[in-house]
Design a protein around this ligand. Structure first.
Ligand code: 6PG
Length: 236
């Protein structure tokens, strides 16, 4: 079952989630959080870096990425670079709390290295890391993290991270796999924009081709699933 939180605009979605993150971070001694990439988080990160800059206990947050493009950290496609530009360069968070994917490395080597880094830092159950919070976006094709419809096997892969391939560009990415996403205590989808409306409806109502969309297969095994949507992405 999912909790659905709908706001009228992307800005209000960002605020609603920022308040949620503030509450979560105040309730725990430490919070292991996997961030999503793409463009949706930019609004949230800009808000966190301004109105919430002195509210969020940043030293309690340990930040990871749910997926990263296999490019250098200075590349325009880098999710890490986007996060630095919109958030990390503007807040006071200990450097040791930032666990970036080394996009400049060989993809297979980095998938293995990042899996070990996560296991060393994130509490795990039977060697499956249990993030306190995983923030996910969803593409218009129903992909999430870098698990695309043409690589559904990544939903059940046994490794913590795998190398994925973008279906159009062929770009390599390192992604958390489905079992790790489902192990989280809380999974939050942040989805805005009318180009996602049809997939959101199919997924939430389990109609149409919902089984073909990776984002439909991230029901936490022992955790909470929340969708934060704007009116355009919902059916309001
Ligand atoms: C990435 C993301 C990806 C993203 C969706 C939505 O690396 O691109 O992690 O899963 O969340 O593609 O992207 P937008 O927010 O740009 O719509």
């Amino acid at each position: 079952m999912a909790t659905i939180h709908i706001e009228s605009t992307p800005e209000l979605v960002a605020k609603a989630f920022a308040d949620y993150l503030l509450k979560e971070s105040n309730e725990k001694p430490a919070l292991h959080v996997a961030l999503s990439g793409g463009s949706t988080p930019k609004l949230l990160f800009d808000l966190l870096a301004t109105s919430y800059k002195y509210l969020i206990p940043w030293a309690k947050l340990h930040l990871y990425w749910g997926d990263e493009r296999c490019v250098p950290p200075t590349h325009e496609d880098s999710n890490y670079k986007m996060t630095v530009d919109h958030l990390l360069s503007k807040i006071d968070i200990p450097k040791e709390n930032i666990h970036r994917v080394l996009g400049e490395n060989d993809p297979d080597m980095e998938a293995a290295r990042y899996s070990v880094e996560i296991l060393k830092n994130v509490p795990n159950e039977n060697l499956i890391p249990r993030f306190d919070l995983i923030i996910l976006g969803m593409g218009p094709d129903g992909h999430t993290a870098s698990i695309f419809p043409h690589q559904m096997d990544l939903l059940t892969a046994s490794r913590i991270c795998e190398v994925a391939t973008h279906p159009e560009s062929g770009q390599k990415r390192v992604t958390l796999t489905g079992n790790v996403l489902r192990q989280a205590a809380k999974v939050v989808f942040l989805v805005t924009g009318g180009n996602k409306k049809s997939k959101v409806k199919e997924i939430l109502e389990k109609t149409g081709n919902w089984k073909l969309y990776p984002a439909a297969h991230i029901q936490p095994v022992n955790g909470e699933l929340i969708w934060f949507l704007d009116y355009s992405a919902s059916n309001k």
